[in-house]
Write a protein that binds this ligand. Structure first.
Ligand SMILES: [Zn+2]
Ligand SMILES: [Zn+2]
Length: 424
């Protein structure tokens, strides 16, 4: 049976190019994907993903890291895939990308033995937030009833990063191809030059009326060289393959060195969270932040988003149709005032933009300023689509309402989740 990661990968590959629902994901992830889909649709574009399995974990693997709260456990999954992306306008392909990737996803599940009846869940059918007890008996809005295993586990955040590791099969293929190319050059290219040079030498000697033996000797030189190459070419081929691989690794290393350096900056953030007794799952936090950043970028009017408080964004953002997170986020500053953490961070990405039918790709670092009340208990299952009003307890979809529909209270998002104050 396919595991949650495989199901997710399969759904994700069709999420943007078809109407297939991301049923392995929670409502939040679906919202984020929908916002990007709207941007593409408005621009008359089709973005198609494909993620065939490859590498060390083609079928997905669950890692040991986890975070827990009273009712839920969040775990990280990873799979290694080939990342293929095609951007089309009409029937014309205007951009293509292909590389080895690692797909990280954070999967949330309820803790076994917990009484979940009073927990809120967004009805997978109609989108209304309801108590799980009501949903298992039949949603009061649409009548559908669900079993617990249809509600959990769910992917609650994900990100895709380039994967520089190679598996044995890929390694052997790379060696063979390089060795064959180098051997071919040595066996055909060089002797050909040798033969031509030898021939020219023979002609010159003949013209200089030298004796036949000397001429034959001159002709034998390229034959000798050819013989030598015949024996050594495969070895030289293999040596060249290692050389090329080493250079490629050095280049990849140099490219990712500034990114690797960012990981030490996460320490100061983790320290602050620890003071408040909260866990820090780096991949989870980065995925969630990147998902919000993407929504702000793709949104026609980001000021409508419940977690964004900044102003209108530059026109440049309007042409962005895909954001590829490069796997690194650098904390620039972390400051806690009255239990509210103010974080400033750089997010490393590669953006795909489209303007007048022309696509362009470039590296882009986004500076994000955000804040959250870190004294509040961590709620792993928190979702903007099932926000619970702290004054009256009513659950509602905060994507649709700025105030509580029951008591008209203005909610403070920063008590439950990170609020983005600005992006540039
Ligand atoms: Zn329903
Ligand atoms: Zn209320």
């Amino acid at each position: 049976m396919a595991n949650i990661q495989q199901k997710f990968i399969s759904e994700l590959s069709e999420a943007l190019s078809s109407d297939r629902k991301l049923s392995s994901c929670d409502r939040e992830v679906q919202n984020y994907v929908d916002i990007q889909k709207d941007r593409l649709r408005k621009k008359g574009l089709v973005l198609d993903y494909d993620f065939p399995g490859r590498g060390i974990h083609p079928d997905g693997i669950e890692h040991g890291w986890e975070a827990r709260d009273e009712h839920y456990v969040a775990k990280m999954w990873e799979s290694t895939n080939l990342y293929k992306r095609v951007l089309m306008k009409g029937n014309k392909t205007i951009n293509k990308k292909k590389m080895n990737a690692a797909v990280w996803s954070c999967v949330i599940n309820y803790l076994n033995g917990q009484n979940m009846e009073d927990e809120i869940y967004v009805c997978p059918n109609c989108g209304n937030p309801e108590k799980i007890k009501a949903l298992t008996e039949g949603c009061p809005y649409c009548g559908t009833s669900f079993k617990m295993d249809e509600l959990y586990p769910k992917v609650t955040a994900y990100n895709i990063v380039e994967d520089f590791s190679k598996e044995k099969k890929e390694m052997i293929r790379f060696y063979l191809i390089t060795a064959v190319i180098v051997t071919a050059i040595l066996l055909v290219g060089l002797p050909l030059i040798g033969a031509v040079l030898g021939g020219i030498a023979a002609v010159i000697m003949a013209m200089a009326k030298m004796d036949t033996e000397a001429i034959l000797g001159a002709l034998m030189v390229p034959v000798g060289i050819f013989g030598q190459f015949l024996c050594t070419a495969p070895i030289i081929g293999l040596l060249s393959a290692s050389g090329i691989l080493l250079i490629k690794l050095l280049i990849a290393g140099a490219k990712s060195a500034p990114l690797l350096a960012t990981f030490s900056t996460h320490k100061m953030f983790e320290e602050e969270l620890k003071k408040y007794g909260q866990d820090y799952m780096q991949q989870f936090f980065m995925s969630q932040t990147v998902a919000k950043l993407k929504s702000v970028i793709y949104s026609e009017d980001p000021t409508e988003l419940p977690f964004y408080e900044g102003g209108a964004l530059p026109d440049e953002f309007k042409d962005i149709v895909d954001v590829f997170f490069r796997g690194a986020m650098a904390f620039k500053s972390v400051e806690v005032k009255n239990d509210v953490a103010y974080v400033s961070a750089d997010i490393y990405t590669e953006v795909l933009s489209e303007k007048n039918g022309k696509a362009s790709e470039k590296e882009r670092i986004f500076r994000v300023n955000m804040r959250k009340n870190i004294s509040k208990k961590n709620d792993l299952s928190f979702s903007i689509s099932k926000f619970m009003c702290p004054s009256c307890g009513t659950s509602f979809n905060a994507y649709k309402h700025k105030r509580c529909p029951a008591c008209d209270n203005v909610y403070k998002m920063e008590d439950a989740d990170w609020v983005i104050e600005s992006v540039n």
